[in-house]
Design a protein around this ligand. Structure first.
Ligand code: BG6
Length: 488
């Protein structure tokens, strides 16, 4: 089994986890800039100021649908560490980082553009020139090195000004701001960049980044998502007009979802749970809400504030390809009390140190399921293992656990392509170079083929060092996946 020559192999990052340079060159503050570090035991928080001046902490925007208390304004406070401010300083290491990826054989690099680097508050009419200059140089260099840019326009964050003043995606005003931002990107980079993702993990954007400082209850959340759907569809249409031949995806946080038993109640419940997450990508992929949407919204007591013309907007901006992250599978039964992102334990699978079940066959399963469902090309834009890496006395990093995770997943990916007939554009591993964990804010949850010398509090030299998996992956790419079958 071999991947076709045009198959895209590479890595994926997001600016607030990777870039840093938070207050440089006119960049405005972004929603993730207010998130503290954390761990599994001590979840990340957003710092905020109450009207009486006191500083408080609210559970991180990413997972906490409650977001900030009423009357609170996000604020920074010197006693806390905010990992996004420096991240791993790609902002000053980008040449070295791109060179390392190119040397490894990558022919694609997925990265996110920071909206507030282009429009610091989101509301300006003219973009920030220094922000554009940064991405000009980055994109030109990756193309020079033979890497196709894959751009995420919105990776779980927005200028904090829009979150504070318009409650983020709760307001249709944010759609206008987003389209102004897209227009600048398309006219600036359209001749160089073919692949675009309108939103990252659309089914997981919640809290601060979705609803701003408004409580992100179901009513607010589903309406904010409706606005994101409209924004995505209009961006796709605009992109197609401005950049003939461009391809648009939107990213979906996938997992293989299994029923806990063959009890019909469990199987039915599992089907409904799958729809809870399919709701998001079905709408964007098909350009219309799925038939089950009305029932899903009714059960949540949600009324969508649609306007005349919304259906036509959605229909005109269906996605060209389906991209998704895959890290794990989940088990669902009528007894499951947690949401589908967590699910019940699966006794047949081992878990990572962070409790994520490892399920390579689940990747083949979702690839087949998505292709059957949409009949559109697929793109795996995130998959990888977060693990603790140790530097040996000789300076090497022997990450055999990462090699075996990747080998097992990539074999299943190739079976889906070569045996099952799934059309797959590429694979970008999360993340090629160590970066800050989104869920916990830690550095010690490392994903990279390349180690970065930095700890959870931002101490370290930021030196980049190849791990054992770097050379291994180099071989995989050089042989178009054939070497995966030679090793056991
Ligand atoms: C995805 C996100 O949810 O998973 C990334 O798109 C994130 O931003 C990745 O980093 C892995 O999650 P974590 O919490 O281990 O960083």
């Amino acid at each position: 089994m071999k991947t076709p020559k045009e198959f895209l192999w590479g890595g994926a990052t997001a600016d607030f986890q990777f870039d840093g340079g938070c207050q440089e060159d006119g960049r405005g503050l972004s929603t993730h800039d207010f998130e503290t570090d954390g761990s599994v035991e001590h979840p990340r928080c957003i710092t905020y100021r109450m009207p009486d001046g006191s500083i408080g902490l609210a559970r991180s925007s990413f997972f906490n649908p409650e977001s900030l208390p009423d009357g609170a304004e996000p604020c920074l406070d010197a006693q806390y560490y905010y990992p996004s401010h420096k991240a791993v300083d790609h902002y000053h290491h980008w040449k070295e980082d791109l060179r390392l990826l190119a040397e490894m054989g990558c022919n694609v690099y997925r990265f996110s553009i920071c909206w507030s680097r282009i429009f610091p508050t989101g509301e300006e009419t003219e973009p920030n020139q220094a922000g554009l200059d940064f991405y000009d140089a980055l994109i030109d260099e990756m193309i020079r090195l033979g890497m196709e840019p894959l751009i995420t326009i919105h990776h779980d964050e927005l200028p904090v000004y829009l979150a504070e003043h318009y409650d983020g995606w709760s307001s249709r005003h944010t759609i206008d701001c987003y389209l102004r931002y897209c227009k600048v990107l398309f006219s600036r980079y359209g001749s160089k960049c073919r692949y675009w993702l309108t939103f990252n993990e659309i089914n997981a954007v919640r809290g601060f980044a979705a609803c701003g400082t408004h409580k992100c209850d179901n009513q607010t959340h589903y309406n904010a998502v409706h606005n994101m759907f409209l924004a995505s569809a209009q961006a796709v249409k605009l992109g197609h007009e401005m950049m003939p031949g461009s391809m648009f995806g939107a990213m979906y946080a996938s997992s293989a979802i299994y029923p806990a038993t063959c009890k019909p109640e469990d199987v039915f419940c599992h089907m409904q749970q799958r729809r809870e997450t399919y709701y998001f990508i079905d709408t964007m992929a098909r350009g219309q809400y799925p038939s089950y949407a009305a029932d899903l919204l009714r059960r949540r007591d949600v009324t969508l504030h649609t306007q005349p013309g919304d259906d036509e907007i959605l229909a005109a901006g269906a996605l060209d390809f389906i991209s998704f992250s895959y890290y794990r599978s989940n088990v669902i039964s009528t007894e499951t009390r947690v949401n589908v992102i967590s699910g019940d334990p699966n006794p047949y699978l081992e878990s990572t140190p962070w409790g994520w079940p490892v399920d390579p066959i689940g990747l083949r399963y979702v690839l087949n399921e998505f292709y059957d469902r949409y009949q559109k090309p697929l793109f795996i834009v995130e998959n990888g293992l977060g693990a603790v890496d140790t530097i040996e006395a000789d300076g090497s990093i022997q990450d055999d656990y990462r090699i075996s995770f990747l080998r097992d997943h990539l074999r299943e990916m190739m079976k889906a392509m070569c045996q099952d007939g799934v059309e797959l554009l590429g694979y970008t591993m999360w993340a090629p170079i160590d970066l800050v964990s989104l869920s916990t804010g830690e550095m010690k949850k490392r994903y990279g083929w390349i180690y970065v010398d930095m700890d959870d509090k931002g101490n370290g030299t930021l030196e980049r060092r190849k791990k054992k998996s770097y050379d291994w992956m180099h071989q995989v790419i050089a042989t178009q996946g054939e070497s995966l079958w030679a090793q056991d």
